[in-house]
Write a protein of this length. Structure first.
Length: 316
């Protein structure tokens, strides 16, 4: 059932925050949008610019800039604030300064009386989702990171281009860290319902060796974009709009968000990208795929990498 109250707050009005706002308005997902930024003039400017196009949108949306008190009655608060990834820099290298920023923002959000769903987009997203959860005191199900949602769309896009098939007819996931240790789940990738490994046997457009090349291309996609334009924002903006839509429409959609593991995949006390059922309560449940032995080994390596970074973060 669609929520009649559809208020979303975006914290951070840089390129990612603005792209999220633009995507949500164009898709008719929300009816109230508040922009918060340490640079209040920037937030006001973005709100005014977005309002100029509201008449052409799918819904009548009220957009304004404000302070953290606006979070009190918000359905969703999206946090994008933090230092951006630079050319040649990994997402995990951003952790110290962005963890400090995340803690201060979440404390402000919760002080308002916020009781909705927290969506984290700042990098390294899996680590910062854990930080946001610990700082907020919210149930783990109501703190969601963008996880491997964007990586999964890149994965389907690349496979679709290679096979010359509509990406909506290709199903598969990237799981684990949103970063260098992410895992392509070939054992559960299908084309029109047919397992990819069966499909390529009867297909001259792809072979097993190509799968490794394709997975590496997906893993390095952000670096390629950052080298060319210094930042990525459209893809993640649309991915976050998709997550918010699933929450506000109570969709029960399966999305590979960064969710809290409590025994699933043999892991506990960690947030990482896994297929999860998303509805108006947040993450309803995690879909535990029967991944093969090699994928399980890669996934464990990815989780351990995240865990070691989290252990270095001051959570006080």
């Amino acid at each position: 059932m669609k929520k009649t109250s559809r208020k979303v707050v975006v914290v951070g009005t840089g390129l990612v925050g603005a792209s999220i706002a633009y995507s949500m308005i164009n898709q008719g997902i929300i009816n109230e949008l508040v922009l918060i930024d340490v640079n209040q003039e920037k937030a006001q400017g973005e709100a005014l610019d977005l309002l100029d196009g509201v008449a052409w949108g799918q819904e009548n949306v009220n957009v304004w800039s404000g302070g953290y008190e606006e979070c009190k009655d918000a359905d969703v608060v999206i946090i994008t604030a933090g230092v951006n990834q630079k050319p040649g820099q990994t997402r995990l290298e951003l952790v110290d300064i962005n963890a400090s920023i995340m803690k201060s923002i979440v404390k402000e959000v919760m002080a308002s009386g916020f009781d909705g769903i927290l969506v984290v987009a700042s990098n390294p997203v899996d680590v910062l989702t854990y930080v946001a959860w610990k700082t907020s005191g919210l149930p783990s199900s109501r703190v969601i990171g963008t996880g491997t949602t964007l990586d999964t769309t890149r994965f389907r896009k690349e496979l679709a281009a290679k096979l010359k098939i509509d990406p909506r007819s290709i199903h598969g996931y990237i799981i684990g860290e949103h970063g260098d240790s992410e895992v392509a789940v070939w054992s559960h990738t299908t084309v029109g319902g047919k397992p990819i490994l069966e499909f390529i046997v009867k297909n001259n457009r792809l072979n097993v060796e190509d799968l490794t090349v394709l997975a590496d291309k997906v893993k390095n996609a952000a670096y390629e974009i950052i080298d060319r334009k210094q930042a990525t924002y459209y893809g993640i903006g649309m991915s976050i709009a998709r997550i918010v839509k699933a929450i506000l429409n109570n969709e029960q959609s399966v999305l590979p968000v960064s969710a809290y593991l409590n025994g699933e995949y043999g892991e506990k006390d960690i947030f990482t990208g896994v297929p999860s059922v998303v509805n108006q309560s947040g993450v309803r449940e995690i879909i535990e795929l029967s991944i093969d032995a090699n994928e399980r080994k890669q996934f464990k390596t990815s989780v351990e990498k995240l865990r070691s970074v989290i252990q270095s973060v001051d959570l006080s």
